[in-house]
Design a binder for this molecule. Structure first.
Ligand SMILES: *[C@@H]1O[C@H](CO)[C@@H](O)[C@H](O)[C@H]1NC(C)=O
Ligand SMILES: *[C@@H]1O[C@H](CO)[C@@H](O)[C@H](O)[C@H]1NC(C)=O
Length: 189
């Protein structure tokens, strides 16, 4: 960066220079087009629908605020999913297989080491601009919730879940995929 001031540095130019240096060191401010981000996920139209639902708009939004927004959406979805799982457990009655399946899922979603905890870590790491950390914790969200659907033992057939849970899980997975792409760009700044 080469800023030259023709006159003797005045207070104004000093302030200006400080501001420019500060702006230069503000990470997360890079703008990447939504279409470029969404080209990299399995379901591009879902991706652009989500990013464009950002209240202040996605056009021209920097990567940091897109990451913030998507993490917020997933946080809300995970909270909602935990409520759903609790109600599925409460309504499983004498169906012990269903009860045990949903209890496993509750553990994978809700426990501190489950996806709720992981998404909170993701938020913290985003704040700290630890983008590799964001990738790690977002990837654990996917790992945890996949176990809920497929079961921890690949030898066992997955539980034939007729509730809304698989649909909720799919939704979360697709948003986390977007977070992973955005974080990849953030690490490249
Ligand atoms: C993301 O949100 C955090 C607060 O949760 C805030 O400190 C940070 O400035 C936000 N970053 C962007 C780029 O919007
Ligand atoms: C996830 O959250 C978004 C935004 O709050 C909402 O529109 C969507 O319906 C939620 N989806 C699920 C499956 O919870």
């Amino acid at each position: 960066m080469a800023y030259h001031f023709s006159s003797k540095p005045s207070l104004i130019s000093f302030i200006l220079l400080t501001f420019l240096l500060f702006a230069e060191s503000t990470f997360g401010s890079k703008v990447v087009d939504v279409n470029i981000i969404c080209k990299e996920v399995q379901n591009p139209s879902f991706c652009s629908k989500i990013l464009n639902s950002k209240p202040s708009g996605a056009k021209g939004a920097d990567l940091g605020s897109l990451a913030n927004y998507t993490v917020e959406v997933v946080f809300g979805n995970i909270t909602k999913t935990i409520k759903l799982i609790k109600s599925l457990i409460a309504h499983s009655g004498k169906d012990l297989e269903a009860k045990s399946h949903y209890e496993d899922c509750l553990y994978l979603f809700g426990d501190e080491s489950g996806s709720l905890g992981e998404i909170m870590d993701t938020q913290e790491r985003l704040k700290a601009r630890d983008y590799f950390g964001v990738i790690t914790s977002a990837a654990s969200v996917i790992a945890n919730i996949e176990y809920c659907i497929s079961g921890e033992d690949p030898q066992d057939p997955p539980y034939p879940d007729k509730s809304k849970l698989p649909q909720y899980v799919r939704f979360i997975e697709q948003i986390v995929e977007i977070i992973l792409v955005i974080s990849k760009y953030l690490t490249q700044e």
